[in-house]
Ligand binder design. Sequence first.
Ligand code: MG
Length: 472
Amino acid sequence: MLTTTRWCRLIVITIILLLTPMVRAADRPPNVVIIFCDDLGYADIGPFGSKTQTPNLDRMAGEGIRFTDFYVGQAVCSASRAALMTGCYPNRVGILGALGPHSKIGISDRELTMAQMFKSAGYATGMVGKWHLGDAPQFLPTRHGFDEWLGLPYSHDMTPKHPATTQKYPELPLMENEKVIRTNPDPAELTTLYTERAVDFIGRNKEHPFFLYLAHNLPHVPLGVSEKFAGKSGRGIYADVIEEIDWSVGQVTKAIDDANLGSTTLIIFMSDNGPWLIYGNHAGSALPLREGKTTTFDGGVREPCIMRWPGRIPAGTVCRELAATMDLLPTFAKLAGADAPRDRIIDGQDIWPLMSGQSGAKTPHDAYFYYWNKHLQAVRSGKWKLHLAHDYDHPDPPGHDGQPGKYAKRSIGLALFDLESDISETNNLADQNPDVVARLQALAEKCRDDLGDSATGRAGRNVRPPGRLEEK
Ligand code: MG
């Protein structure tokens, strides 16, 4: 016969054994999936006001959080990806513009990428899609923290078939790890090809923590859509492409849920920069934001962003605080139990209080700086955005059906906008708010000292060089 004490002990042990798997699941660092589009506009998906049908993104937003003020590093591909991967302004790590084939520079070996951070925490790391941080072997994803990669080393318009440039591009390589598996893939096959590989990666790695970076080439031009989506939207090929990307989000989310990983997986959806408006009906829309890719208006750098992690991120919520792609590395480091680098400046901050919906959580940034290449063109602090005088390219007229239009040079003088009441940056309030202008100018001056500014001839005391190929 068991005594009462023994019964009690048995019950306690049984409860502990029953709870152990739950404790383990809660303790397990989360899987992280980033779905990163290329040149997707702020208003291109349903949760941000598009009429294009995006049921999977609608559902993801309903199950997670939507960030209305989420910024990328710069309004162009390579610079933006450098910020995502390193947690720094692109100017800090020396990657600017869009790197072409045979680039002499790329991501430096001295930078710690997000993938390397995850590796240090014992994660499996996989990448599918466009890299664009250097195409020489030493710059490829497999040399910077990814166990595996299937995709393109740069943009898929950098081919011999480019519609406008006279530049001679080499054959476009589709790569698996460091091998070219074929050349000149059809843009119409890329979204489905990448999605199938992403689902395969999830299936192969479900038993341990993983980081998956799915970087679609679309909806960057040239547009392409698989047969199952061609003409489906009834609203033109751009909308068809968005519907296929939405399908892809559904496939990835389903793979996560089918593997019972929903409660242990953070999924983030966003884009590298705003719409390339010079392509007219083959570009998206950033409305009500002003302008698009290549500019420092918010249409260039403010992106639709959705995050989903059932049980940890409150469902159906909206965050209107400023956050940025460079915040993801330090935030993930905390979630993964890894260290963000401490021996150098990292610009990103932990935004878990915003993501997890902590009441009263505020942006960790005093200011966000808008660069175009090395030119500091604007600064935002709180609701205020100050443009410093600069030129910019405005499509006039825009192109059509895959052919680019022309850019007209325009300029803006010193201008202060209240982004809360004037999201489209139209009503200059500089004269009425000299104190605010002075405060933001002081922030800009501090930034010039730190990161440099080509307009004032400043080099920046805390910039680091990119990786370079050795001269032969
Ligand atoms: Mg882009």
